[in-house]
Design a protein around this ligand. Sequence first.
Ligand SMILES: Cc1cc2nc3c(=O)[nH]c(=O)nc-3n(C[C@H](O)[C@H](O)[C@H](O)COP(=O)(O)O)c2cc1C
Length: 239
Amino acid sequence: MFTRDEAVIGEGTVGLVRIDEIIVGRFACRDYSDAPVSRQTVEQILRVARFAPSGANIQPWRAYVLAGTDKDRVSAALLEAHQTCRDEHISEYKYYANELPDPYLTRRQEFGRLFYGSLGIAQSDVEARSRQTAKNYAFFGAPVGLIVTIDRRLEVGSWLDLGMFVQNVMLAAAGHGLQSCPQETFSRYHRILRPLLSIPAEHIVVCGISIGRAKCEAKERLMPRAEVDEFATFAGFED
Ligand SMILES: Cc1cc2nc3c(=O)[nH]c(=O)nc-3n(C[C@H](O)[C@H](O)[C@H](O)COP(=O)(O)O)c2cc1C
C-alpha cells in the first residue's frame, strides 16, 4: 500500500499537478453518502467526458443516467434477480479469461485478499460475498447510477474508445469532488435493464458507473499497482 503522494511523486517531481492528483485520487468507491448530485452536475461531467478520443471520432458511447425513484426501480429489479434467479442471467460479453495466466492470476488473487479483507469477509463465505455483490445493484448507495452500452455492430476497437469515455466520466466526476465505481456486474442483467431503460436490441450493456460523494475519503489506496518497470520498457532516452 502507498499514499497518493508516494504514488505520484517521482524523481525530480516537486509536487502533484492537479490532473495527477485527480487520477491517483480516484478509487473504486463502494460506500456513498446520501448527499445528492444534481442533474446539472452530471450533465457537466458528461459534457466533459465526451471529449474522450475515439477512432475516427465515432464516439460509440451511450449512457443511461439514473437517479431517484427511477434508479430505485432499476435497483429493486436487479436485486430481486440477484437473490432469486442469478444463474438465469449471463453477460453478453466475457470480461475475464477462463484461465488467467500470471501475473494476472496472482494480481486477481491479491485483489480478493485485499478487497474481502478490507470488508472483514472471509473469501470462503459465499453468503457474505453474495451480499457484497448485491450492493452493486443499489449502486452502493450512490445518488446517481449510469448504465453504459455500446452498439453490438461495432468492433473491439470501439470498446477501447468506450473505456476512455468511462474513465473520463470518473475523472470529471472527481473534479467535482465526487467518487465513482465502474461496474461490469450490471452486464449480467441486460435482459432486465433492456425493457426498463428502453435499451435498443442492437446495444450491449457494458457496465454501470456509480457516482456520488464518498462516505469517507480513503486515506490510503487499497489496491496497489505494479511499478512502471514491470509494464513499460524504454528506449532511446538520453537522460
Ligand atoms: C471495467 C471495470 C469493471 C469493474 N466492475 C466492478 C464491479 O462490477 N464491481 C465492483 O465492485 N468493482 C468493479 N470494478 C472496480 C475494480 O475492482 C477496481 O477498479 C480495481 O480493483 C482497482 O481498484 P481501484 O479502482 O480502487 O484503484 C471494475 C473496474 C473496471 C475498470
